[in-house]
Write a protein that binds this ligand. Structure first.
Ligand code: HAM
Length: 426
């Protein structure tokens, strides 16, 4: 019996990996434009980090973590998200000692034992960013603007930015009381999980996917009804800045997000056309989290987006990835001697930084041209016995469909000149 990949995972093979690389390049570019530095944390952490950070009453911690004992009997968990790890690293590496705020981004796999369906995986990938040490509403607006601009750059259309304020530890006490009061006589109609949530963390009931629970919470008191003065002022300022930045946002008072660390601003980006798993990005402020995991009082805000879901949106919107990938040179050498010369030429071109591929299978010209087409090559350099004798190379421009003969010793300069004039990408 052949061995298959585990449920909820994917192989990213050539043909689709180029789309990932395209996104990764755009991510690194925008993070640099907005002044973020990369952080890389371990893929596994002490289980306690997520229990304390993400919260004991969340679905992630309760049902979805990949947790095991290692050989030293320590409880280890494959990271289900990145925020708790970044906060731990911020404390452990004393990044609070540097000028604040610290702006960090990460890119990598996350693990949740979920019921798999389209857009929902057990190993998925996030691009996330966290800003630590800044409590100004300007930080919230800048973070949301980065997301907005990122989707604009990569060409994601028809998105909705939902924002809410879930309040702080002070105003949440009042909200909790109001919510319990409202749900008291409906408690027995809630699902089993929500009856537990009612006692431990009633706000989580708003997140329940069970249709009967959703019907019960239609008219619940929201966190916006109980915001304290400070949280209300913060939320008003954030909205004003988002309006100034011309971000098309919608206030969604029932969006509470599925993780416990949020305070004040929370947001989600929803995309059309990819089915039920339409949240392509989620995030918010988490001012108490660093302290919760043993660090100094530090405000924080961030987001994470699911790469698989973004790719699904782009594919659904028929984005032409080929356009972005085109470029480079294919050396098509025919016959033994020409292959040796082609090998030498490829080496020279690569040393000059020109992306060069050479046929290694001894194919005929027709198949080599097909191969070059599939590669999206801009130029094919054709060399057979006749060209060797004449000491020339035939340069075929795949975009224009024409070809010229160039002396062998002039070919590198010819291509460098083309590159200088931006006639092809590398
Ligand atoms: P989250 O909403 O749990 O937030 O996940 C963020 C994004 O990751 C989602 O919007 C979705 O695009 C993607 N995602 C989540 N689960 C899956 C899955 N099973 N399969 C595919 N994609 C998935 C967080 O993770 C927070 N750490 C975000 C954050 C950062 N908040 C503050 N800073």
């Amino acid at each position: 019996m052949s061995i298959k990949r585990p449920k909820g995972t994917q192989d990213i093979v050539p043909g689709s990996v180029e789309k990932w690389q395209y996104l990764e390049n755009e991510i690194r570019k925008i993070c640099s434009d907005y002044g973020y530095q990369e952080i890389r944390t371990p893929i596994f952490e002490a289980t306690e980090l997520f229990q304390r950070g993400v919260g004991e009453t969340t679905d992630i911690v309760n049902k979805e973590m990949y947790t095991f004992l290692d050989k030293g009997n320590r409880s280890i968990t494959l990271r289900p998200e990145g925020t708790a790890s970044v906060c731990r690293a911020y404390v452990e590496n004393k990044l609070y000692g540097q000028p604040q705020p610290i702006k960090l981004y990460y890119l990598g796999p996350m693990f949740r034992y979920e019921n798999t369906q389209a857009g929902r995986f057990r190993q998925f990938h996030q691009f996330g960013a966290e800003v630590l040490g800044g409590d100004n509403p300007l930080v919230d607006a800048e973070v949301i603007h980065l997301i907005w601009e990122f989707f604009r750059r990569i060409g994601v259309k028809n998105i909705k930015v939902h924002i809410n304020s879930v309040g702080c530890s002070v105003c949440r006490v009042e909200h909790r009381d109001k919510l319990q009061e409202f749900l008291q006589d409906k408690k027995t109609d809630l699902c089993h999980d929500c009856q537990v949530r009612f006692e431990k963390n009633p706000m989580r009931i708003l997140d329940c996917k069970n249709p009967s629970c959703q019907a019960i919470v239609t008219d619940v008191p929201t966190t916006l009804d109980t915001l304290c003065g400070q949280c209300a002022e913060h939320f008003t300022k954030v909205q004003k800045l988002l309006t100034m930045a011309e971000i098309d946002y919608h206030i969604n008072p029932k969006m509470v997000r599925g993780l416990d660390y949020y305070q004040k601003t929370a947001f989600e980006v929803i995309a059309e056309g990819i089915g039920a798993q339409s949240a392509i990005c989620g995030g918010g402020r988490y001012d108490g989290l660093v302290e919760e995991i043993g660090g100094p009082t530090t405000p924080g805000i961030g987001f994470a987006m699911g790469i698989e879901r973004i790719l699904a949106v782009l594919e659904n919107q028929e984005k032409d990835f080929e356009e972005d990938a085109e470029g480079g040179v294919v050396v098509a050498a025919l016959g033994d001697l020409a292959q040796q010369e082609g090998f030498k030429l490829s080496t020279e071109l690569r040393q000059a930084g020109i992306s060069t591929t050479m046929d290694l299978m001894g194919r005929g010209l027709k198949n080599q041209m097909k191969f070059a087409n599939r590669q999206g090559a801009r130029y094919v350099l054709i060399m057979g016995e006749e060209e060797l004798t004449k000491n020339i190379v035939i340069v075929r421009d795949m975009s224009l469909g024409d070809q010229t003969e160039i002396p062998r010793d002039k070919i590198l300069n010819y291509l460098l000149e083309k590159r200088k004039n931006s006639e092809f990408l590398l």
